[in-house]
Ligand binder design. Structure first.
Ligand code: SAM
Length: 257
């Protein structure tokens, strides 16, 4: 296949995405298989092609980013969020600043709005939602989902907050209005500040230890004292004290300093 190092540099200068921050074996294998599928012979040929062909370029981004998501992914953790984490956060701050930091096609931030609606009026809820993938953000803004992606969502939310259109479910505008979607690269863009709760789920697994190290530090800076970081179910932080976090419940980390 040839020169992956050069390909990484080319991609970085073309789209600002540093592939070196992603686990190398996994990422390289994925890209090689995409290149073979498209019948290119080398990284160089493929790069020349994505530079010219918009559709091929979009396919590359889409393939890289792995947008798999669902509403209330790992429902037990959403239960913990509802019963323990949110009530605790609300003791300190009446209005919560909440950020879904790899929001993909929208299932996660919309789940957050629905959960928060148990505590607040919809008109008082704002969730920031960011992802590197503009294609995913566009889908999120449309807010149309299959029945399968709703399987873990409490039934009351399904009936209150969706319109059924054919076989699909469309998120109601009153929920959509609560989410601000924006493109953001966790590896290089500026992080928001004063967050009470940050979700970063099912993306850290793709990053190298070095990249994660920086991301944890940035999340710590982005949180208020005692704010909480909620991670995916294979993404526990080893020795969270290193980043001034303490584990409060499984998969939830509280900022100590
Ligand atoms: C598997 S999805 C996770 C979606 C959701 N958080 C969940 O747990 O269901 C991973 C998301 O991370 C995004 N992503 C990958 N690299 C990123 C980066 N450097 N900055 C921001 N988002 C990134 C992808 O575009 C993708 O939408």
């Amino acid at each position: 296949m040839g020169d992956y190092e050069k390909f990484k540099k080319d991609v970085l200068s073309l789209i600002g995405l540093d592939l070196s921050c992603y686990k190398e074996k996994q990422m390289k294998r994925r890209i090689e298989s995409l290149i073979s599928r498209n019948r290119y012979k080398s990284f160089d040929d493929y790069f020349a092609a994505i530079k010219k062909d918009k559709e091929l370029f979009n396919e590359f981004i889409n393939y890289l980013t792995i947008n798999v998501s669902e509403f209330y992914r790992n429902p037990i953790q959403w239960n913990t969020l509802e019963k323990d984490i949110i009530p605790e956060l609300m003791k300190k701050s009446r209005k919560l600043t909440v950020w879904s930091s790899a929001s993909s096609t929208g299932e996660e931030p919309y789940s957050l709005v629905m959960l928060l609606s148990k505590f607040y009026n919809l008109k008082d809820i704002k969730v920031m939602a960011t992802d590197i993938d503009m294609g995913a953000i566009e889908k999120a803004k449309m807010g149309v989902y299959s029945e399968k992606s709703l399987k873990s969502l409490p039934k009351e939310f399904q009936s209150n907050y969706f319109e059924k259109i054919g076989n699909s479910y469309k998120v109601k505008d009153e929920v959509k209005r609560c989410v601000d979607f924006k493109q953001m690269n966790l590896l290089k863009d500026r992080y928001p500040s004063n967050c009470d709760l940050i979700l970063c789920r099912n993306v850290l697994i793709y990053f190298t230890e070095e990249a994660k190290d920086n991301i944890y530090k940035n999340f710590n800076n982005a949180l208020v004292k005692n704010g909480v970081l909620f991670v995916g179910s294979t993404e526990q932080i080893i020795m969270p004290e290193r980043y001034n976090f303490k584990s409060s419940k499984m998969f939830f980390y509280e900022k100590t300093n």
